[in-house]
Design a protein around this ligand. Structure first.
Ligand code: CA
Length: 228
């Protein structure tokens, strides 16, 4: 199956600029990453390694100096170990870990290797399924980012209880030195509410869909004149 790399912008909604891009993989007919993972079962680690290398090759050369590339690593790839990420500037790369990644001894070994090389981590899909708050307590693993799941953000402007959860998650992360990205922003009202709460970073269809790698150059050319 043919597969393609897509990049979705992540925005500083206070400064109205792009702080980076998340790479995702999809099939040529729009198959999602999880559908591709099902298709490549049995050779997941090598498929994921292809996606990682392709993301770095297609993304890193086109970033501005202060932008980051957010990449996803599948748990099976971490379990597989080895040389997961080639020799690139670790300051430019944030590694997203799914909330459901099980921390086995092999996964821990891979994460520590990547951490020793200077890569930063984001906990992806934060707040969905089982809570990951205990992951913020580990001595050997200190994520620099969390990405608040879309299932929380979709109610942030209509449910005061969700607003409270986001507000206190933001406060907790500020004390821990962790940046927060709101995922799945799809409406203007969600964006306004997030700004009101004080969430600085966001991504979602309202701010930009995952698109061809040329989006990085195109958006950076527009930066400064772009309004959402
Ligand atoms: Ca992700």
């Amino acid at each position: 199956m043919l597969k393609k790399i897509r990049f979705q912008p992540i925005k500083d909604i206070f400064m109205d600029n792009y702080i980076g891009f998340e790479s995702t993989v999809c099939g040529e007919n729009g198959e999602s990453a999880s559908q591709l993972f099902d298709f490549f079962v049995g050779e997941l680690a090598s498929f994921d390694q292809w996606a990682i290398r392709e993301s770095l090759n297609r993304g890193l050369p086109f970033l501005k100096s202060d932008q980051k590339l957010f990449i996803n690593i599948h748990s099976e790839t971490l379990e597989h170990g080895g040389d997961l990420i080639p020799d690139v500037d670790p300051n430019k790369v944030i590694i997203e870990l799914s909330e459901v990644t099980e921390i086995t001894s092999s996964v821990r070994h891979s994460l520590q290797n990547l951490s020793n090389r200077g890569f930063q981590f984001a906990i992806d899909d934060f707040g969905v399924r089982c809570s990951n708050i205990n992951r913020l307590t580990l001595d050997w693993f200190k994520p620099s980012w969390i990405k608040l799941d879309r299932t929380i953000i979709e109610h942030v402007d209509i449910n005061p209880r969700v607003e409270t959860i986001v507000k206190y998650t933001l406060d907790m992360c500020a004390e821990l030195g962790i940046e927060v990205v709101a995922e799945g922003v799809e409406t203007h009202n969600q964006l306004l509410k997030l700004m009101q709460i004080g969430v600085r970073f966001a991504q979602g269809y309202y701010l930009g869909r995952p698109e061809d790698p040329r989006i990085i150059t195109n958006l950076n050319r527009l930066q400064g004149t772009h309004t959402c």
